[in-house]
Design a protein around this ligand. Structure first.
Ligand code: C5P
Length: 401
């Protein structure tokens, strides 16, 4: 599977003859499993039609700020920019290079570019004389200084009949440049991370179970962030509504704590890091009825057995693995968390305090405190769960630095 699988790519198309090649480019990107959002300048419509590109990209193509056909919606340039993992401008004409280098944004594509925080790739294409003009060279130097990657134009016969540099790089070259960008120099390259997420369901009979309200969001966000930083993920997930599609994340679906225990031990030898974000049930019904239990008696008692502590069982056999656990405490939080580090042989614990507003179960935000094996306590601010996931993954990265 291509590293571009699941990646969100904003493709900006500007008005040069090479725009006709973008149909092939979009096909290659879609074939690689990427999501492609095309934004065109008005001039590029002369060279390739939006209908061709929206058909190939399987989503509407945007050109204007205002979208009359779609009930008068506003194409929000900031949202489009935030959506993308990478922005690619291909072909980039001399005019657009000049505008990008100088901060002009008189169309949707340029406004999206100005709002983009993701890596930007630019494939220039123009006639020979424009390519060798000092202002183009100056603009390319400026754009390089903004940390953008220029995919150089190639030499060959140009549409004008001139021969020289100016042809847009071939779609295959552009795709392999993007692929390389997603595999290069990422801090968790070569590391495999086992993550548990979500609740466990402990069966009572064929239709009933004891569960909990864990959404799984924290574990899934960590999985996404690890993959983004170049790591391979085995995500052992209890039942949740969360979704993840990434070539670098293998999802192993489980139901009960015993299933989760078995899956974690199956993968443990292969992994470098474990992050236990699952809300594992502490107890399970001693007996699982083979038939649906009838409501006869006025009282009904379930006898429960203790579940194994998955994380502690991994701590007991760990060799080189870096172990991260979570703790949710209501009193003597730091003390209890420290005890858990020792008992489960953890390298890092992420302490969630229920005493903080905005933190905890079912909330979009979390306020955590990190405590490491040396008992260094590091309280963090209230943040979104995505940002907490980034902080946790940064801790893992720091361990390998
Ligand atoms: O002991 P406590 O349940 O507070 O510990 C929480 C940490 O241990 C979490 O990281 C959780 O995923 C993990 N855990 C586990 N197996 C259990 C219980 C908790 O892996 N049976």
């Amino acid at each position: 599977m291509s590293v571009l699988s699941g990646k969100k790519i904003l493709l900006g198309i500007t008005g040069g003859i090479a725009a006709y090649k973008t149909a092939g480019l979009v096909r290659l990107l879609i074939k690689a499993g990427a999501e492609v959002q095309v934004i065109m300048t008005p001039a590029s419509h002369q060279f390739v039609t939006p209908y061709t590109l929206s058909t190939l990209a399987k989503r509407p193509v945007y050109t204007e700020f205002f979208h009359a056909e779609e009930g008068g919606t506003w194409n929000n340039h900031v949202e489009l920019a935030l959506w993308a993992d990478v922005m690619l401008v291909a072909p980039a004409t001399a005019n657009v290079l000049a505008k990008m280098a100088n901060g002009l944004c008189d169309n949707l594509l340029l406004a999206v570019y100005m709002s983009a925080k993701c890596p930007v790739y630019i494939a220039p294409a123009m006639d020979l004389d424009m390519y060798v003009h000092p202002s183009t060279a100056k603009n390319l130097t400026t754009l390089t200084s903004y940390n953008h990657v220029i995919i150089p134009a190639e030499e060959g016969e140009l549409a004008s009949g001139l021969i020289g540099r100016g042809r847009m790089a071939e779609p295959e070259t552009i795709v392999s440049t993007l692929e390389a960008s997603f595999t290069q120099d990422l801090p968790l390259q070569g590391k495999k991370v086992l993550i548990t997420a979500g609740p466990t369901y402990e069966p009572i009979d064929p239709v009933r179970f004891i569960g909990n309200h864990s959404s799984g969001k924290m574990g899934y966000d960590i999985a996404k962030e690890v993959a983004k930083q170049g790591g391979e993920v085995v995500l052992v997930s209890g039942p949740t509504n969360q979704k993840i599609e990434d070539a670098h994340v293998e999802v192993v679906h489980v139901l009960s704590a015993l299933d989760m225990y078995e899956a974690c031990h199956r993968y443990f030898d292969q992994v470098d890091v474990v992050v236990a974000a699952a809300a594992v049930a502490d107890y399970r019904p001693k007996e699982i009825a083979t038939q649906k239990i009838k409501k006869n008696a006025e009282e009904f008692t379930i006898t429960m057995d203790k579940n194994p502590d998955i994380l502690a069982s991994l701590g007991a056999i760990k060799k080189h693995q870096y172990l991260v656990g979570f703790a949710l405490e209501t009193e003597n939080e730091v003390e209890h968390a420290k005890q858990k580090i020792t008992k489960k042989k953890l390298d890092l614990i992420v302490l969630n305090s229920l005493n903080d507003t905005g933190a905890g179960f079912g909330k979009p935000t979390n306020k955590v405190t990190f405590i490491d094996a040396a008992f260094t306590v590091e309280p963090m601010d209230l943040k979104s769960k995505e940002e907490v996931a980034q902080d946790i993954v940064n801790k893992i990265i720091q361990h390998y630095e």
